[in-house]
Design a protein around this ligand. Structure first.
Ligand code: NAP
Length: 306
């Protein structure tokens, strides 16, 4: 039996509706949550992501503004901008779109964001809160993964979870969230021995690698829940064939556009997994929904402490 599809688009829509209702109530009470997005230079992928974030803000009623310093901006100039956003009361959340141009000291910039406005949860103070199970801001993609699991009623406590990838923005925080939810967690990376063997232990397998279709069926225990965080663009015909041979709809898309999106999980895993997120339409929509939820959470906190 093929895996149950964990529909991220549907879950994200539920969350956005909940957020919109909260924003409506807050705005009626005279406090409209506000989000500032900082996009430096002209990275095409970043521009698409930022457009999506600004559009989603408008849809749920969050005030948003974009700051677009040029690609030549310096660390000092960005620090000045962040300091200004930190000071402004109408801005609850500050998001600095990564990656930043190479001349900018990204760590210094992320450290300069007020931890109480750190809507992406990347500030070391929020990382510390997460690892010590204190209330704080949680990175959006990992928080979205947890929402998919919880709202799909996938049991976590006591289960074996394997996370492939140990980045600061996905792998590590998702591992910490699973641990905090009482899973037994293994975190794998490029130096892990016998990766398929470790992955096969997983009741919950999280792929956050950035390699198209790397997780094949021999990595997956039958019936496991597979969450595919990866977003990869495939343009090579041979690679397309390895992943989607016989998929008529994808073939049409590939012919028309010259590329298709694929996650880190090979589509053949659908035949083995018990439940699985699709790409696109899985984790991706949750990232934006959780950004909206985090912005409102901060605004509520600011309201409470005003
Ligand atoms: P990243 O910073 O490049 O980290 C990738 C991780 O995968 C690293 O820990 C790396 O190990 C590990 N890895 C690479 N090759 C491997 C291999 N052959 N075997 C085992 N582990 C391997 O990537 P990221 O920022 O975490 O993103 C991961 C994926 O998620 C990307 O496709 C990205 O586009 C996607 N993403 C999606 C969303 C969303 O909204 N859905 C959000 C963020 C990211 P080492 O540490 O040893 O190098």
């Amino acid at each position: 039996m093929p895996a149950t599809i964990l529909d991220g688009t549907k879950i994200a829509a539920e969350i956005r509706a909940e957020v919109a209702a909260e924003v409506k109530g807050m705005t009626a009470a005279g406090v409209r949550p506000g989000l500032a997005v900082v996009l430096v230079g002209h990275n095409p992928a970043s521009e698409i992501y930022v457009r999506g974030k600004v559009k989603a803000s408008e849809e749920v009623g969050i005030y948003s503004e974009q700051h677009t310093p040029p690609a030549s901006a310096t660390t000092a100039q960005l620090l000045t901008l962040i300091a200004d956003l930190n000071r402004r009361d109408e801005i609850d959340g500050i998001l600095v779109q990564l990656p930043l141009p190479s001349q900018i000291d990204s760590k210094k910039i992320l450290l300069a964001v007020d931890p109480a406005k750190d809507v992406d949860g990347f500030h070391p103070m929020n990382v510390g809160f997460l690892s010590t199970q204190r209330p704080g801001l949680v990175p959006c993609t990992p928080a979205g993964v947890m929402e998919i699991l919880k709202r799909s009623h996938i049991p976590i406590a006591g289960r074996e979870a394997v996370v492939v990838g140990r980045s600061d923005i996905v792998g590590k925080p998702v591992a910490m969230l699973l641990l905090n939810a009482n899973a037994t967690v293994a975190v794998c990376h490029s130096k892990t021995h016998d990766l398929p063997g470790v992955c096969r232990r997983a009741d919950i397998l999280i792929a956050a690698i950035g390699r198209a279709g790397m997780i094949t069926r021999d990595f997956v225990k039958p019936g496991a829940t597979v969450i595919d965080v990866g977003i990869n663009k495939v343009t090579d015909r041979a690679e397309f064939e390895r992943l989607f041979a016989g998929d008529v709809k994808r073939e049409e898309n590939f012919r028309a556009k010259g590329s298709v999106l694929v996650g880190d999980v090979h589509p053949e895993v659908m035949a083995v997994a018990g439940a699985m997120t699709p790409v696109p339409g899985g984790v991706g929509p949750l990232t934006i929904a959780m950004l909206m939820a985090n912005t409102v959470e901060i605004a509520e906190h600011h309201l409470g402490s005003a």
